[in-house]
Design a protein around this ligand. Structure first.
Ligand SMILES: Nc1ncnc2c1ncn2[C@@H]1O[C@H](COP(=O)(O)OP(=O)(O)OP(=O)(O)O)[C@@H](O)[C@H]1O
Length: 812
């Protein structure tokens, strides 16, 4: 059992703008703890005489200032917890702080750089590396990802749904058994056998979380998320299984409702969050008070789920995230106060061991059989019929292996069958006698002579056999040499290409099939154009998750292209693309070097073997003894071989690290794509609604006739799609479901490149000089009367026009 108080750490977020100096200071001098001093500037508004406290001092295990990087946070905070989880103890790391103070950044990581990955991906990476190293145990790893929003739990790892809102995800409920253990109904557990699989699960959960959030529900801010790694370990053959859970928790923003000044749904949410954080605080207060018998865990879902982490069987660590800007001072002080209380809580972590029921059953069955056999001997209920041939053969085999067994403790297991026991004794007696008779019995001279002659014959026979063996070897060596010479001649004479490629291709690859190694090493196709198999999975996941239509209408596609190009995140995406390209080419180059090293190793090995064969051949032809130590040349070859192996290993390790980095970058890019798509869809829907509102002709029920599928109308449609001239469009009611589209209306729905209100305003005003487009010829555009299709058609026109306008402006 390990008794430990909850460890508390603080992390200060870098300010958005340079903040006022002297707001806080960190004192690292004190042994084992650091202290944070928050200095509250005296406000003249409070009058000259005020007794408001000015300096607040808080102690933490360690305080990470603004420049602390993610790797240090992992090393100091998360690694020890991950280590104890691997040893079989439950662990929890939770981040607490106001909105925007860096909780998600610390727990999950930033979305821009690989180096920004947070505690979860780094912990997964660490755990899987350790599992690979430890072959003394059998490990199984499962992942779950729970989101708690407004006191309801949701399973973020539900693969069946195309979640477009949180309510689409399965609801998780709490069940309590008679021993007061908490069980989460509907929370799925997914086995992850590799780091990659675990990261994909994290990605799936984060994507579900992102997609399910709407502007009214910024889930990341208003929900609690618990990512859990469930580890089980067992020594081979042992019936004892150890279970450990590692919770990585991103709590909702801790700000007070009064300060946020919200109403409506947001107020309800804020109340829930505040309520659940209030209950968390109550639990913590109760735990920090001595002699409190009742701890109000059941008041909220979060405290119920984290019951073991707070005052229970768990090694728990809290990270107080602080945004120490002047306007956030009050919130920061309350976060620190909360942390000070948390630091008083003592947990008692125990190893969670249980006996594997399957193994227990096997043991019990064996015991029952042994007892039955014993009983049969005691009661004399023995079988009397003779042993069969097969049984005798089996027994003799058992006896032979028993006699050959070097283990003095080894047992001859024949069960409680008296017939078998008797047979074993007889057989052993026979063996013993057969061995002893020649030693003990008087030997006649005649027999001795005979034996002597026999042993002479034996010797001669042995000599001849050795000679034959030697000749065989010589023949083999010569045949091999001949083969090699023949091959060389064939190579020189240009073998057919298929044979050559066979020789060139490496026999084995640094990575299993379908992985980076294969593609990097073997293909001549540029590496950028390729994708990992996992990434293919991800992209289908992306489609599933966004509900992205496989084929967008042309107009929508064009609008999306413009939207994407001008989106604020496009710089990050482009940067990441560049980094990804670099990493790909580095991986490709490394793959090639690895291949070279591999073939060099092969050549060196072959040269060494060749040399040895030559030595042997020389020895045979000149009747010389083969030297027992390698000559200088061979030694040189061997040291070159060692050097090449070292180089290979270094490159291989780097390639593995690159693979992980590439996959992470791909995840980041996929996430950015999902976000972009989501924002585009929202913007598109909004524009379509505006368009419907601004286009009375389309709204008038009398004109909403379905689009007739006549050849004429199809011609109109194809005319629209094939019209590549720079025309403006305006919608005019022409009756019978037909509309004229010209510039006036179309300009109202121009896709704004960036969905900010400011840019939308700009786009609705239009950058085109007045009259330059509206004077252009009016064309007939057939609208279908279907809201979605019509807005697609109109948006297509607008997107085209936007491009044309840009072209015009560029031309001017
Ligand atoms: N230590 C840091 N270094 C660099 N950027 C950071 C750091 N901490 C936070 N940020 C950035 O600050 C912004 C807000 O951080 P984050 O989303 O992690 O806050 P949060 O506390 O999780 O907020 P919420 O409660 O809304 O979820 C993000 O853009 C993040 O990248």
């Amino acid at each position: 059992m390990v008794k430990q108080t909850i460890q508390i750490f603080a992390r200060v977020k870098p300010p958005a703008r340079k903040h006022q100096p002297g707001i806080y200071s960190i004192d690292e001098d004190e042994k084992l703890t650091s202290s944070l001093e928050i200095i509250l500037p005296r406000d003249l508004a409070d009058g000259f005489v005020n007794n408001k406290r000015e300096i607040y001092k808080f102690k933490f295990q360690r305080i990470f200032d603004q420049d602390a990087k993610q790797d240090i946070i992992f090393e100091v905070i998360a690694k020890p917890v991950a280590e104890s989880a691997l040893a079989g103890y439950n662990g929890t790391i939770f981040a607490y702080g106001q909105t925007g103070s860096g909780k998600t950044f610390t727990i999950t990581g930033g979305a821009e750089r690989y180096s920004d990955r947070g505690i979860i991906p780094r912990t997964l990476s660490y755990i899987f590396k350790q599992l690979q190293k430890d072959s003394s145990k059998i490990y199984t790893t499962h992942i779950s990802y729970l989101e708690i929003y407004n006191e309801c739990g949701y399973d973020l790892l539900d693969p069946r749904h195309e979640a477009s809102s949180l309510e689409d995800l399965p609801k998780v409920t709490i069940l309590e058994d008679t021993d007061q253990n908490i069980h989460l109904k509907n929370l799925s557990l997914h086995q992850a056998t590799t780091e990659e699989e675990a990261l994909n699960l994290l990605f799936l959960g984060d994507t579900n979380r992102m997609i399910a959030e709407t502007p009214m529900n910024q889930a990341s801010t208003r929900s609690h998320c618990i990512f859990t790694v469930h580890l089980s370990s067992k020594e081979p053959g042992s019936a004892t299984v150890r279970h450990a859970k590692l919770h990585l928790v991103d709590l909702a923003g801790s700000e007070r409702v009064a300060k946020t000044g919200v109403g409506g749904l947001l107020l309800t949410e804020a109340k829930y969050i505040n309520l659940s954080l209030h209950y968390l605080e109550q639990v913590i207060i109760a735990l920090s008070e001595k002699h409190r018998s009742h701890i109000p865990y059941r008041n909220s879902m979060m405290t119920s789920v984290l019951r073991d982490s707070l005052g229970g069987n768990c090694m728990t660590t809290m990270i107080a995230t602080l945004s120490l800007e002047k306007r956030n001072i009050d919130e920061s002080i309350s976060t620190c106060r909360f942390a000070q209380r948390v630091a008083l809580i003592k947990n008692e972590a125990v190893l969670n061991e249980e006996i594997d029921p399957r193994l227990t059953i096997i043991h019990l069955q064996k015991e029952i059989q042994e007892l039955k056999d014993e009983l049969a001997i005691v009661t004399g209920e023995q079988r009397t019929e003779a042993l069969t041939e097969a049984e005798i053969l089996q027994l003799e085999k058992l006896i032979t292996s028993f006699l050959e067994d070097q283990d003095p403790e080894g047992r001859l297991e024949v069960g409680a069958d008296m017939r078998k026991i008797h047979h074993c004794f007889h057989h052993l007696k026979k063996l013993l006698n057969d061995k002893k008779i020649p030693e003990k019995s008087p030997v006649s001279s005649e027999i001795k002579d005979q034996e002597c002659q026999e042993s002479l014959k034996e010797e001669e026979y042995k000599k001849l056999r050795d000679l034959l063996k030697q000749r065989d070897n010589e023949i083999n060596i010569l045949v091999n040499m001949l083969k090699k010479e023949k091959k060389k001649t064939q190579d020189a004479l240009h073998l057919p290409s298929a044979d050559r490629s066979e020789i060139k291709l490496p026999q084995s690859l640094p990575f299993p099939r379908g992985n980076l190694g294969e593609k990097t090493l073997l293909s001549s196709v540029p590496i950028q154009a390729q994708d990992f198999s996992t990434s293919r999975n991800r992209s289908s996941l992306l489609h599933n998750k966004t509900g992205m239509r496989e084929e967008m209408s042309l107009g929508r596609q064009e609008a999306f292209e413009i939207f994407k190009r001008d989106h604020a995140d496009s710089v990050t995406i482009d940067d990441n693309k560049q980094i990804l390209k670099q990493r790909f080419s580095e991986a490709k180059a490394l793959g090639e070097s690895i291949n070279e090293a591999r073939s060099k190793i092969g050549h060196l090995k072959e040269e060494i073997t060749q040399r040895s064969i030559q030595q042997v051949a020389l020895g045979i032809s000149e009747s010389m003894a083969v030297p027992s130590v390698p000559d200088l040349q061979e030694e040189k070859l061997r040291s070159q071989l060692e050097e090449e192996k070292r180089r290979y290993k270094t490159m291989f390790t780097r390639l593995k690290a690159l693979k992980v980095e590439i996959e992470h970058l791909q995840l980041l890019m996929d996430k950015a794509k999902v976000k972009l798509q989501k924002e585009f869809e929202a913007w598109w829907a909004e524009e379509a609604t505006n368009l419907q509102a601004n286009s009375p002709a389309v709204n008038t029920p009398g004109h909403m006739k379905p689009f007739p599928h006549s050849s004429e109308s199809q011609q109109d449609r194809s005319q629209l799609l094939s019209n590549k001239s720079s025309q403006g469009w305006k919608v005019q009611d022409k009756g019978a479901g037909r509309f004229h589209v010209c510039d006036g209306n179309a300009r109202k729905i121009l896709p704004s490149p960036c969905p900010s209100p400011h840019s939308r305003e700009q786009s609705s005003i239009g950058a085109q000089p007045e009259g330059s487009i509206s004077e252009r010829p009016v064309s007939t555009i057939p609208l279908t009367g279907d809201r979605q299709t019509d807005s697609d058609i109109l948006a297509f026109i607008k997107a085209r026009q936007n491009i044309l306008q840009k072209k015009c402006l560029g031309g001017n």
